[in-house]
Design a protein around this ligand. Sequence first.
Ligand SMILES: NC(=O)C1=CN([C@@H]2O[C@H](COP(=O)(O)OP(=O)(O)OC[C@H]3O[C@@H](n4cnc5c(N)ncnc54)[C@H](O)[C@@H]3O)[C@@H](O)[C@H]2O)[C@H](O)CC1
Ligand code: K
Length: 220
Amino acid sequence: MLLVDRETMQNIDSYAINEIKIPSLCLVERAALSVMENINLDIRHSFALIVSCGNNGADGLALARNLLALSKDCDIYIIGNKNKASKDFIINYNACKNLTKNIYSIETIEDMNFLRKNLDRVNTIVDGIFGTGLNRPVSGIYANIIDLINEKNIYTISIDLPSGFDANGENNYGTYVDSDLIVCMQILKKGLYEDNYFKDKTVVCDIGLPQIAIEKFINI
Ligand SMILES: NC(=O)C1=CN([C@@H]2O[C@H](COP(=O)(O)OP(=O)(O)OC[C@H]3O[C@@H](n4cnc5c(N)ncnc54)[C@H](O)[C@@H]3O)[C@@H](O)[C@H]2O)[C@H](O)CC1
Ligand SMILES: [K+]
């Protein structure tokens, strides 16, 4: 079983993008579609996609865009400062803005109360808050939203990692999403493999990172 730690995954990602010149937007799109492939769209008809402004969020918005293209009912909730968002996040955000009005920023207590109420109208939550970029304890609005997700008994899919969970399984960053399904990109993160609770809830999907990029950093 091939395993990877956070830093090595980031090295592989950036080598693929910066040296092999694979457009990161292509990787984000493959990631979104790999999540979609793991959703039973016959029973999952309404979605709350909760994202922050990095590439885990970009994956989430690319998924939202694809679900909206299928006329699925999607509410999008954005945490953090969009002005500091990744370019892939912005590209997908601009498309989603033209596909739905149900895009909400979650910043205040009132926003949190709206989210708490509005989550009850969906049967699926998609967690695109943090992936391999998580590098410090979760606090503030991020912690509040993760706790709210866990309060709700709604089927929750996490993109790449449960938000708040350390990819290396070494750091306790506080609260993390109690995912029902984790769609992990390309290589199983070692923290998930070593965690008996999450290991069996994880599927690993190829997003098109070539072997030469992987073998540059991992002896296979
Ligand atoms: N080529 C690629 O990198 C691909 C990545 N994919 C997806 O992208 C994420 C990794 O994205 P990244 O932008 O590096 O970080 P995150 O989105 O995980 O995190 C966002 C951002 O949050 C900040 N941050 C870290 N810890 C905290 C914290 N405790 N509180 C608040 N903010 C925090 C930090 O600045 C991060 O940058 C990867 O998991 C994949 O989902 C694509 O899937 C494919 C290509
Ligand atoms: K996530």
